[in-house]
Unconditional design. Structure first.
Ligand code: SF4
Ligand code: SF4
Length: 387
């Protein structure tokens, strides 16, 4: 695409009118109400998953997943529509400690200082990356869907008009556990990512309310996170349908806080993902359900879970969730195998720099990634320190 497109943010991928997207058409919700995919939902949500006598799927590994999701499931539920617990839209009550009088508000004379306050606080609460953008309301869900496997509920998405900014946060998922995908060990990292999303954004929203401004914390609910993250300068869209960040590749989860607090906006970035994805198809090759497309990006959608008017590699979410239902836990092969998924290191920094500055060498970088054996699934016992 080229650096000149970066300034456009998510708009750089838009090819037509972005129609309002109803959250109930997102795959996790659809599998609850859409007869076309009801069998997937039945299997995914309703069938019990007994542990297997197989490394990565034993009871003590399944429990790792349950523990990791605990905070999201019981104190936030952003995956089920949000708006409660840590994702509550309102301040929950008066604090006895510290007993601050109500109605106080900071005056924003210097947006730069306030922005740096917010970014520092977000990282203090646990965000690995923080970016800020104008809230482009095209990416808001036209209505919300409160997911319940026994029957979901549609609700109005009546977000106050004054909320014009989005603070987008990425939380890093553990590299060592993601490398075990598609076993429960990797699912533990995913669950922990969701719990950290709720923790970090919920606390940040409460902090902003304490400054006298409105703030709504959201996980996967309320708005599509990826275009907002692109606008906020956190990364680029990739073939695997996930945001790729320069720091952690696709190994992040995204949360956001929507607010009326005046803030300085970040600039969108471009660091070579689009061009690299065009020659690399590792995620597609290693996708167990073949939900990721090969070849050039297109605006052709697979089903109603994709957004029309967007040029990208549209994931077939029906195939993806179908594999999860059979697997008994989620999958992160498209994160594990991605060449942008690397731990810290000078060599990796050098390759990332090369991808950004010399796309003509992308095939060489890809060849190196294969030769070095990156992205291979790790054996379960190596996680527990027994091998
Ligand atoms: S999560 Fe797994 S099944 Fe779904 S698209 Fe990624 S690799 Fe494929
Ligand atoms: S594995 Fe390759 S094609 Fe897939 S998202 Fe990563 S860089 Fe792009």
């Amino acid at each position: 695409m080229g650096v000149k497109y970066a300034e456009k943010g998510a708009e750089r991928y838009v090819t037509g009118k972005i129609e309002p997207f109803d959250q109930k058409n997102e795959m996790f919700c659809r599998s609850v109400w859409d007869p076309k995919v009801a069998d997937i939902g039945e299997k995914f949500y309703m069938e019990e998953t007994p542990p297997k006598n197989q490394p990565g799927h034993r009871l003590f590994e399944q429990s790792l997943v349950n523990g990791a999701w605990h905070l999201e499931n019981y104190y936030a539920a952003g995956c089920a529509g949000g708006r409660k617990g840590l994702y509550s839209w309102d301040r929950t009550g008066k604090y006895v400690y510290p007993n601050v009088p109500p109605g106080l508000k900071i005056s924003v004379d210097n947006e730069k200082e306030v922005t740096s306050l917010i970014k520092k606080t977000a990282s203090f609460y646990g965000a690995s990356l923080v970016g800020i953008c104008k809230l482009d309301r095209r990416w808001l869900y036209s209505s919300a869907y409160f997911l319940d496997p026994k029957g979901g509920k549609v609700a109005e998405n009546n977000l106050p008009e004054e909320l014009t900014n989005a603070i987008v946060m990425a939380v890093e998922m553990d590299y060592g556990s993601i490398m075990h995908s598609p076993s429960c060990i990797a699912s533990g990292a995913v669950g922990l990512g969701y719990s950290k999303m709720a923790f970090t954004s919920g606390l940040l929203a409460e902090y902003i309310r304490g400054l006298g401004y409105q703030a709504i914390a959201c996980g996967n609910d309320t708005a599509c996170s990826v275009p907002l993250a692109i606008d906020a300068g956190l990364g680029e869209i990739a073939r695997n349908g996930i945001l790729i960040t320069p720091e952690f590749g696709p190994r992040v989860r995204l949360a956001k806080v929507l607010t009326d607090l005046p803030l300085i906006l970040d600039r969108p970035i471009e660091f070579g993902v689009w061009d690299f994805c065009r020659i690399c198809e590792k995620c597609a090759k290693h996708c167990p359900s073949q939900a990721i497309v090969y070849g050039e990006p297109s605006d052709k959608i697979n089903n109603i879970s994709n957004r029309e008017g967007v040029l990208t590699w549209h994931i077939d979410a029906e195939k993806c969730l179908s594999f999860w239902a059979t697997n008994g836990n989620d999958c992160g092969n498209c994160i594990r195998t991605c060449p942008f998924n690397k731990p810290d290191g000078r060599l990796h920094d050098f390759v990332r720099w090369g991808i950004r500055t010399t796309p003509g060498l992308n095939r060489l970088f890809l060849w190196g990634d294969d030769i070095m054996g990156y992205g291979k699934e790790r054996k379960a016992d190596s996680f527990w320190g027994q091998a």
